[in-house]
Design a protein around this ligand. Structure first.
Ligand SMILES: [Zn+2]
Length: 265
């Protein structure tokens, strides 16, 4: 079903006014239908579900707001429920926006902790590709669009991550004498890495972007979980033994969490 776009006139300013306008356009709610609603300062996708207890608001890393609401609620009730969360949503969206400005892969890309200027090229090469010259990353695609450029960059980065980071994990495994079976590269949203009790470690492929020292810390972090599958004091002693400045690395990762939001729809 096509999303239904209610025509809310832009001169409706206050949330109350908007609710009145929305109520007047009488949104056609259907089971399972999705509507795009102009909310108080942001747009959101509305999903109505029978049997749901309360209004849920979700914000994707790409800044898409999705509201799911009980089907029994009226448009006015939903709109005022969303309006009550307005400040929370806007704060979150602003943070995402700031992050996007700091890390816009179409302008600037962090690679092994070093920022490269990004230049998009059109149709120089048949298949598209990435080339580095000095501190400039040339991204070549057939149509030169932002969308294809991001796709080409992502593919290139994932390949680079697989080549380089697996090699580094094996080196560190040799140095620390902590073995592992396999390393998997994942597209995690909220984690840099994880470990399984089965001897495998998973790493977010985006760690190809972070400084090598912090990357090494992450590998050590996951390797140490092969000995201790928890974050106990004994675990941290082990980490500290191999990586004394682990707190600095943790702080870097915390400040730069936004990297995990890059290359998402
Ligand atoms: Zn851990």
């Amino acid at each position: 079903m096509e999303p239904f776009l209610p025509s809310v006139s832009p001169e409706a300013r206050s949330p109350e006014e908007k609710i009145r306008k929305m109520d007047r356009v009488r949104l056609p709610w259907y089971r399972g239908s999705v509507a795009v609603v102009r909310g108080p300062g942001f747009e959101y996708e509305l999903i109505r579900r029978p049997g749901q207890k309360r209004i849920n608001i979700r914000i994707s890393q790409a800044g898409k707001v999705t509201v799911s609401a009980p089907r029994e609620l009226s448009a006015v009730q939903i709109a005022s429920g969303v309006a009550a969360k307005r400040n929370w949503v806007l704060k979150h969206l602003n943070r995402l926006q700031a992050n996007r400005e700091q890390h816009d892969p179409l302008q600037r890309l962090l690679l092994r902790g070093i920022p490269y200027r990004v230049v998009l090229k059109k149709g120089r090469r048949k298949r598209g590709g990435v080339e580095i010259e000095d501190k400039v990353l040339y991204v070549d695609t057939l149509d030169g669009s932002e969308e294809s450029s991001l796709a080409v960059m992502e593919k290139w980065l994932i390949k680079l991550a697989k080549d380089e980071i697996e090699k580094r994990a094996l080196e560190i495994s040799r140095i620390t004498d902590i073995g592992f079976k396999r390393v998997f590269f994942r597209n995690q949203r909220t984690r840099w890495g994880s470990s399984s009790g089965l001897g495998n470690i998973s790493l977010n492929w985006r760690i190809i972007m972070i400084p090598p020292a912090v990357r090494d810390y992450l590998i050590i972090h996951e390797l140490c979980h092969q000995r201790q599958l928890n974050h106990s004091p004994a675990y941290w002693r082990l980490v500290k033994h191999y990586f004394p400045e682990y707190r600095k690395a943790e702080a870097w990762l915390k400040t730069n969490r936004g990297i995990m939001g890059l290359f998402r729809e």
